[in-house]
Design a protein. Structure first.
Length: 110
């Protein structure tokens, strides 16, 4: 059921793209910024799962919202450091915005 939910489909598809993208960061950044991006993305996904599977839905959705904002910020750093191109950043921004809309809709329902 969760795998068919639009927010899970969108998040997991984007996560796979992000994992491919961050492994192309310079070696020293793979242990710094890339690792940070990947970790917060996994934590975000876990928050969605907890929101779906526990009685603390609103708590975990708010947590996921903050984590999504961290992802946006870390990718802005990646753009500034030229590890992400402006076209890649535009794609990232579009994905994060769309996921944010889905998250917001879920939060309103919760």
């Amino acid at each position: 059921m969760l795998q068919q939910s639009p927010i899970f489909i969108k998040t997991e598809t984007f996560m796979l793209w992000v994992l491919q993208h961050t492994k192309k960061f310079p070696r020293e950044e793979r242990f710094r910024l890339a690792q940070r991006i990947e970790q917060v993305f996994f934590t975000y996904h876990e928050s969605l799962l907890y929101a779906a599977k526990t009685n603390e839905t609103k708590h975990y959705l708010r947590k996921a919202d903050a984590e999504l904002e961290m992802i946006r910020t870390y990718f802005r750093f990646a753009l500034e450091l030229s590890y992400t191109t402006s076209d890649q950043y535009q794609y990232i921004a579009d994905q994060v915005t769309e996921i944010g809309r889905l998250l917001g809709a879920w939060l309103k329902k919760a």
